[in-house]
Ligand binder design. Structure first.
Ligand SMILES: *Cc1c(COP(=O)(O)O)cnc(C)c1O
Ligand SMILES: [Zn+2]
Length: 479
């Protein structure tokens, strides 16, 4: 069994606005001096260079088989993530290590590109948010032990999946942690609402959209003693870096000819993916950076708009979102935008121009991306569909090498977003989505007999009558 790592780093919050640094013994979300967002930095990271890339690869590969609880999930990559936590702080609920599934040959042929989905919907609360929560809650346990706190109220605003993950981890860790989640009423799916309710969280519904709830949560975090779990909380970003580490590890640390597609909502995930690959590159663990594509819906596209302008004319402005089937990414003012801007500069310095791109896709393309993927055996959510739409768009624009392997992020499980599939199939998507269902992509259950007929028949007659109707419907041939 692998040892728990002995390396301990010295981590600090580093403000991307004014460069001030703060101790991690306090909870900080934004810079007290300038209001900027933080990245967490290990100031002794250079020590890690003493070990060769081969040593790192072997160490991480060795841990992949470990039965040591603290190393089974995202903390397999402990030294690169949060090397200030002790083993007893680490919470593991089965997150991370999600499968990378090659697309079916038919889908590959149809699209004309090698494709693999990384199924982050196979995390415990069925989205990638569990990666970040595992790290944030492990850090909270450290703080509770350090300060002897007897009550910690965790809060988050959510488009549905952050709250599901936060409530799950809070329920597992238990006292002194409690979980409060703020949701935009009617703008999370039934499944996403059921999750925090089932975990016993305080679920508060507010009128408006995610951005409205986020402002309320920020107000609370500024004025009251609560622990904020949105991705403003930099510990979440660290945990989510594991997504990049796992991709690199799966491809034997060879990122040449790989293009990674990530939907952008609050921009936490794309931040983490860039940061993760940059760390691996920095230590020589990977010798080439993959190309990274952020994908946004035309209905929630502030990051796309920013990068669509030539460098000298770039200007960030929040947008008012319109309804999007990629509802988990329906965010007009991404909290992590300053992190994106900071990391993109580094990513392009190391990876060359074009190493980072943002593409915009239509609502129609997003939902049809999901339906197309799932008709070929995948379990993509609408945001996973957005990634396939993003790949198609990138191909159209000639931004992706034809022989590259496209790794698409199915950020949540298809079941969480089944409501949108139903509305598409039933033709009940409200017009403001701007989606017209195509009959060849719809599907509906067909009735075989009815209740009254069943009652009128004996059990044997019922079986025969039902079977005969199935035969007629499907045109079955006798053996
Ligand atoms: C949160 C979320 C996103 C958006 O990720 P950000 O980090 O906010 O950009 C995309 N898809 C799903 C399923 C999510 O839960
Ligand atoms: Zn600052």
């Amino acid at each position: 069994m692998s040892q728990f790592p002995s390396y301990r780093g010295r981590m600090e919050y580093r403000c991307l606005g004014c460069e001030n640094r703060y101790s991690i013994d306090e909870l900080h979300y934004t810079c007290p001096a300038c209001g900027g967002v933080f990245l967490l930095e290990d100031t002794t990271f250079d020590v890690l260079r003493q070990y060769s890339p081969t040593w790192w690869r072997q160490t991480f590969d060795g841990r992949a088989a470990s039965k040591r609880t603290a190393l089974r999930g995202v903390f397999r990559f402990y030294e690169l993530m949060a090397p200030v936590l002790e083993e007893e702080h680490i919470v593991y609920l089965g997150e991370g290590n999600t499968p990378i599934v090659e697309a079916s040959p038919t889908l590959v042929r149809q699209v004309g590109q090698a494709i693999a989905y990384k199924n982050d919907g196979q995390n415990p609360s069925a989205s990638f948010k569990d990666r970040g929560m595992a790290c944030a809650f492990s850090y909270l346990k450290r703080l509770v032990a350090l300060h002897g706190w007897d009550e910690v109220i965790t809060v988050c605003a959510s488009t549905g999946d952050t709250s599901a993950a936060a409530a799950l981890y809070a329920a597992y860790v238990g006292a002194p942690l409690t979980s409060v989640v703020l949701l935009p009423k009617g703008k999370v799916t039934a499944q996403q609402l059921a999750q925090p309710l089932g975990s016993g969280a305080h679920v508060l519904e507010l009128p408006g959209v995610f951005d409205d709830c986020m402002k309320v949560v920020e107000y609370l975090a500024e004025q009251y003693r609560v622990a904020l779990l949105n991705s403003k909380n930099a510990w979440r970003i660290l945990g989510q870096e594991s997504y990049a580490f796992e991709i690199a590890q799966w491809y034997d640390w060879d990122m040449a000819g790989k293009a990674v597609f990530v939907p952008i909502g609050n921009a936490g995930n794309i931040t983490a993916v860039m940061s993760g690959f940059l760390k691996l590159y920095d230590l020589g663990i990977i010798e080439q950076l993959p190309q990274i594509f952020g994908v946004q819906s035309a209905h929630a596209n502030p990051v796309f708009r920013y990068y669509a302008a030539p460098p000298e004319a770039r200007h960030y402005a929040p947008v008012d979102v319109r309804p999007s089937v990629a509802q988990a990414a329906m965010i007009g003012n991404p909290v992590s935008f300053p992190r994106v801007r900071y990391l993109v500069e580094r990513y392009e310095q190391q990876g060359g121009p074009g190493a980072f791109q943002v593409v915009e896709v239509t609502e129609q393309a997003i939902i049809e991306g999901m339906l197309l993927a799932n008709r070929h055996g995948h379990i993509a959510c609408t945001q996973g569909g957005e990634c396939l739409a993003g790949l198609l768009r990138a191909r159209e624009l000639g931004l992706v090498e034809p022989d590259a392997v496209a790794i698409l992020d199915a950020t949540a499980h298809a079941l969480k977003f089944a409501d949108f599939q139903t509305m598409y199939f039933e033709g009940t998507l409200p017009p403001h989505y701007g989606i017209t269902p195509r009959p060849e992509l719809t599907n509906a259950p067909r009735a075989v007999l009815d209740e009254a007929t069943k009652t009128s028949l004996s059990p044997a007659e019922y079986t025969r009558a039902a079977a005969e109707q199935v035969v007629a419907l499907l045109g079955l041939r006798r053996r």
